[in-house]
Ligand binder design. Structure first.
Ligand SMILES: Cc1cc2nc3c(=O)[nH]c(=O)nc-3n(C[C@H](O)[C@H](O)[C@H](O)COP(=O)(O)O)c2cc1C
Length: 380
């Protein structure tokens, strides 16, 4: 009997824990553009409402970085990460009865998500910062058009909370979503009532996101993400040509694959010659080392391509780069030299190209190259 009781308690704790973990994982993105901070203030209330259910985390992110001091520390969202959320609250200023250009530009980058049905069935709501409020419903409605094309579940406000708002001053309430009438000077905006409406709008989205969680497919996302970053197309767009695979100059392999890791070491060899050979500060300058570094990392990529049977889309991650430079003993700017290689990998592979790194100086490098790069990649 005691044993049965113990097992039941254990089972219940596991169930509670797993429910807790499950609940903790629910996340809503509050995705905004704001020029003067009005939309951001509403966003903060929406986020409070989302988190008021105690089961959902809200992340406020911008569609575009801002130099406004109250906005500059807010992270910028990527298109790909939209699919990792359980709901999105969109916020934008109203410009001429419509959404802002920055928000519109961000939405125009979601074509791959759309063609992969990646946001279908995900709940979304819209709030906006207005001036006079001219065309406020039209603006939210035009926002809804794009979200409807994505197949998102549009969550309106209806007349939620209207009985509690201060009716002695104009308020930005609409049945589609909250707005704030920022240009009506005699009252601080957003008003207490507008903030209240924004908060309950967030709370409502939170409840719907919890109810809909797991009812729509997010597995299509990965497919879309991969399709979005076809590495051959990236190389073509950026006019990056990979050299022919350099042949080993000694008793070693151009690469070694062990499990899903590929190890590669290269120097600045191009068309059978070393690009800008010698020691930095003695024979060559930093610009020449930069050219040699670019040639070296392109050699690394060419070997990598060979190692994955010609399909660079199989690269899952650049794990580590080590850059060795032929420098004088008192040289200290190795990191700047190595950025040429690091930046190129991120330019080509995006987040997958970000890596751990070591750089150091050497008194000499084989075949008088000014640089050697050692690289480790994880592949499919
Ligand atoms: C070019 C322009 C057009 C605007 N059009 C409208 C409009 O049609 N309706 C409205 O209510 N406010 C309009 N506004 C005012 C903005 O919506 C308002 O300033 C808003 O609060 C800005 O949001 P933010 O503080 O998040 O940047 C417009 C402002 C600008 C600069």
């Amino acid at each position: 009997m005691k044993k049965l009781f113990k097992s039941t308690v254990l089972l219940l704790s596991i169930l509670c824990m797993s429910q807790h973990i499950h609940a903790q994982e629910t996340k809503i993105l509050v995705l905004i553009h704001s020029d003067n901070g009005g939309t951001y203030t509403l966003a903060q209330e929406v986020a409070k409402g989302i988190e008021s259910t105690g089961k959902v985390k809200a992340d406020i992110k911008l569609v575009k970085s801002s130099s406004n001091s109250s906005l500059k520390d807010i992270p910028v969202a990527t298109v790909e990460e939209l699919t990792t959320y359980n709901g999105i609250a969109f916020g934008s200023p109203i410009y001429f009865g419509n959404i802002s250009t920055a928000m519109s530009e961000f939405l125009s980058k979601t074509v791959d998500l759309w063609s992969n049905h990646a946001l279908e069935g995900m709940p979304a709501t819209v709030f906006m910062s207005a001036g006079s409020g001219a065309g406020k419903e039209l603006a939210i409605q035009s926002f809804w058009n794009s979200l409807a094309v994505h197949g998102m579940i549009l969550v309106p406000s209806g007349i939620m909370g209207n009985e509690s708002i201060d009716k002695t001053v104009p308020q930005g309430n609409t049945v589609l979503g909250t707005t704030s009438l920022a240009s009506l000077k005699n009252v601080e905006r957003p008003t207490k009532s507008e903030r209240y409406l924004a908060k309950i709008q967030g709370q409502n989205l939170s409840k719907i996101a919890l109810a809909l969680k797991g009812t729509y497919q997010s597995s299509l996302i990965t497919k879309g993400d991969n399709q979005e970053k076809n590495i051959d197309e990236v190389l073509k767009e950026k006019k990056i040509e990979l050299p022919t695979v350099p042949q080993p100059a000694g008793s070693y392999e151009p690469y070694v694959r062990t499990g899903n890791l590929i190890f590669i070491n290269q120097v600045a060899l191009k068309n059978g010659k070393i690009v800008n050979p010698g020691k930095l500060g003695v024979d060559i300058n930093e610009k020449q080392v930069n050219e040699a570094t670019r040639a070296t990392i392109l050699n690394v990529l060419s070997v990598l391509k060979d190692a994955v049977g010609g399909d660079l889309n199989q690269v899952k991650k650049c794990v580590q780069l080590t850059g060795i430079f032929n420098t004088k003993a008192d040289y200290t700017q190795h990191a700047d030299l190595m950025n040429v290689a690091s930046n190129l990998l991120v330019e080509i592979f995006g987040d997958k190209g970000k890596h751990a790194r070591a750089t150091y100086g050497a008194s000499s490098i084989p075949v008088n190259s000014s640089v050697e790069i050692q690289a480790i990649f994880e592949v499919e």
